[in-house]
Write a protein that binds this ligand. Structure first.
Ligand SMILES: [Zn+2]
Length: 65
């Protein structure tokens, strides 16, 4: 699985859109979430928070303002 990281300067106020690499479903998630976030459709892991940094597992991650 391809994994990428993005740096988020304002973690408390950032929402990001992540596309599931498996089924293509997009989800808007809170980047500072302390829990893991999975795809609503196929349960693929999309985001996890490691030591304050959001680790993105999905594709086409972008900030939502
Ligand atoms: Zn999915």
């Amino acid at each position: 699985m391809k994994t990428s990281r993005i740096h988020i300067p304002e973690p408390r106020s950032s929402f990001i859109s992540i596309q599931c690499p498996e089924c293509g479903t997009s989800r808007v998630v809170f980047s500072a979430s302390t829990s893991k976030i999975n795809c609503e459709k196929c349960n693929t892991l999309l985001l996890e928070n490691t030591g304050g940094h959001a680790k993105i597992h999905g594709t086409n991650a972008s900030r939502v303002d």
